[in-house]
Each structure stands twice: as C-alpha cells, then as structure tokens.
Write a protein that binds this ligand. Structure first.
Ligand code: NAD
Length: 343
C-alpha cells in the first residue's frame, strides 16, 4: 500500500506518477538533501506490485544517503524506480525515458540521476536530451564500475593493513565472487599488484575471460583465503555461509551483502573483518560526482578514491575502541556527518 509506505518512510519527498502510455509507475524518492542535492541511479524493473517498486526506491534512496555521507561527497541520497509491466524496447522505451527525464527536470535539481539496473549509458543519453541532471551518460564520466573497483581495491588495502599490519596485496590470496563490470576490473587490478586472485561467476565464460584461476560458485565460501570479495549479488553473507568462511577479511562491492543485520555480529564473532558495503563500494559515486560535477582530473579522482581506504581505517579503529562492529561504526560516522553538514 502506497499510503503505509509513505507514512512510515523517513525521507524528504517521494514523487509518484503513473505513466499511462507504458503502464509504468515512476517513483522518485529524495531521502535526504542535508549534504547536497540527492543523487542516486534510476532502476528499471518488473516488480510483483507497484508498491514493491516504491518500497525498493525508498530503501535504495536511504542507502544512497548513507553512501554519500560516508564517502564525504557533497550530495544527499535519492533513487528512482521505473516499475514497468515489461522491459520496454525501441521507441516505446525512448518515449518513456523522455517523459521520465521531464519529470526529473521538473524537480529543479533536488534529484540527480545516473544508471542502475537495466539503465544503460545510452538510456541516460535519452534522458539527458530533456534533463540537465544526469550523470553517467556515454559522453560523461564513463562507466562507474571503474571507480567502484578502484575504491574497493583501496578498501582491501586498508583492511589488509588493519589485520596484517601491511596494505600490500602481493602474496595475498583473494577470492572475487562475480566477474561483472566491477569484479573483473578489481580482480585484474589485484592480480597486477601480485595477489593470487581466484574468481568465480555463475556465467563460467565471464570467470574464464579474466584469465585467472576459477572456483565453482557453490564453493566460494569454503575457499581458504585472506580476503573474500563479494562482487555479485546481495545477501550472500548469512547464517549458513558465514560459518563456512575461511578468510580474515570480507571486502567487496556488492550492495546489501549481509542477509540480515545480525550477520555483522556473526562475522565479528568469527574475527572476520567486514568492510561495510556502502562504505567500500562508494567509488562509483565518487567518480561520477568528482569528474562530472566537481571538475576533477584523474589524479584528483585517484585521491578521492583513496579516501575510501582512509575512511575504513577510521571505522576499524573506532570499532576496535568501542567494541562494536564496523557496520555500527559506519552508522555512527554517517550520523555525525548528517547532523553536522560541512559548510
Ligand atoms: N557498478 C557499480 O558501479 C556498482 C557500484 C556499487 C555497487 N555495485 C554492486 O556491485 C555488484 C556488482 O556490480 P556490477 O556492476 O559488477 O554488476 P554486473 O551485473 O556487471 O556483474 C555481476 C556479476 O555477478 C555474476 N553473478 C551473479 N550471481 C552470482 C553468484 N551467485 N556467484 C557468482 N557470480 C554471480 C553475474 O553473472 C555477473 O557477471 C552489484 O551488487 C551491484 O549492485 C556496483
């Protein structure tokens, strides 16, 4: 029910439109503008009900607020969902995207979009024909997977330093689960620095294309390694998989890695250091905001991405000192930044 969702949501505003021509429901959720205009991607998906689409947009926009604040980016959190009856193609897709772009334009920049599930740079080009608030077009800052992978690389170095006293990846064994845009780039970057990298993907061709040692997907949690890097889908860490892990660190790009909040404590009890997902995977937004809004060059981008490692170092210190999980320390950090926005 839309009414219940809206009543219970703690965001600033949600715009809801039914698009008669396509039958799509459009949801734009601005969760917070405390740190700047709300940023977050547009997701196109078929949902069981329109309310599931709104609930997804609300939850994802909350997560963007956390991610932006933890990354120290001057942006708030937002997200949009196009809940379609089926994925539109050709002219029908183009017309829907343009109508969606006009809606985002009418919000005057309080929400700025980018790509997400089923939205490509070519789709963003269409939206940008009628909307100035678009990141990640084909002529823009490029595929955010590059920045995400580099940010995770810095996060893995910071995590290794905390556990082993040295950030060096050379000689470390790292398992990368999922060889998509981020996982494949991450795996190659780590291997180039001398790590022993094992990769896995439900699509064996994608794993093989990396040229690295492969592991069957079902065996990934059991592999003895220094770092387990979830880079596929959410919810892979749960009461069944956590006891199987034979690693010292979990650090990867996937969103919502923990199946339930208790999993953070389960990892801590096993003395496995966990890099909170929304902190370590913020490199994509750092890339898009840095290159497209803040006018950064590549050197400044690399500096911005390295800060993800610095943030994790701070969180690990705080979690040790306070006897809390890194997830709890990340929530505290976000709370501090949201209550005291930088001038
Ligand atoms: N692309 C970004 O900039 C970005 C930013 C932040 C977070 N993320 C998150 O990181 C994850 C990966 O993103 P991506 O852009 O690389 O996606 P992608 O779709 O390009 O790649 C995901 C890969 O995981 C594989 N996969 C799916 N289920 C698997 C399983 N059970 N075991 C092994 N492999 C499996 C898929 O075959 C695919 O190759 C997603 O959870 C995404 O939400 C991505």
């Amino acid at each position: 029910m839309f009414e219940d969702l809206l009543r219970e949501w703690d965001g600033e505003h949600a715009v809801i439109r039914h698009d008669a021509e396509s039958g799509a429901w459009i949801f734009v959720c601005v969760h917070s503008t405390a740190l700047g205009p709300a940023g977050g991607g547009t997701r196109m998906r078929v949902y069981p009900t329109p309310a599931d689409g709104l609930a997804d947009a609300m939850a994802l926009s909350w997560a963007m607020t956390q991610k932006m604040a933890a990354a120290g980016v001057p942006r708030g959190g937002g997200k949009a969902v196009l809940a379609v009856p089926e994925l539109p193609q050709g002219d029908a897709r183009r017309r829907l995207l343009r109508r969606y772009g006009e809606l985002v334009t009418s919000l005057g920049g309080s929400y700025r979009t980018a790509g997400d599930m089923n939205i490509t740079p070519a789709d963003l080009d269409v939206i940008a024909e009628v909307c100035p608030y678009v990141h990640g077009t084909s002529g823009g800052g490029g595929d955010s997977g590059r920045g995400t992978a580099r940010g995770v690389h810095h996060g893995i170095r910071a995590s290794l330093e905390h556990v082993f006293g040295s950030p060096d990846v050379a000689g470390r064994t790292i398992v990368v689960q999922g060889c998509g845009a981020v996982g494949a780039a991450l795996a190659r970057g780590l291997a180039a620095e001398g790590a022993r990298v094992l990769v896995s993907d439900v699509d064996p061709a994608k794993a093989a294309a990396t040229g690295l040692e492969t592991v069957p997907p079902e065996d990934v949690p059991d592999v003895e390694c220094d770092v387990h890097a979830p880079c596929a889908v959410g919810g892979t860490l749960d009461a069944e998989t956590i006891p199987r892990l034979r690693c010292r660190i979990v650090a990867g790009c996937a969103n919502n890695q923990l199946a339930e909040p208790e999993d953070a404590e389960r990892l801590r009890e096993r003395e496995i250091l966990y890099a909170p997902d929304y902190v370590i995977n913020a490199g994509g937004v750092v890339q898009l905001v840095g290159l497209e809004d803040l006018g950064w060059d590549e050197a400044q981008l690399e500096e911005g991405l390295a800060k993800i490692g610095d943030t994790l170092r701070e969180l690990y210190r705080e979690s040790d000192e306070a006897g809390i999980t890194p997830v709890a320390a990340a929530a505290r950090l976000v709370g501090r930044r949201l209550s005291r926005p930088a001038a």
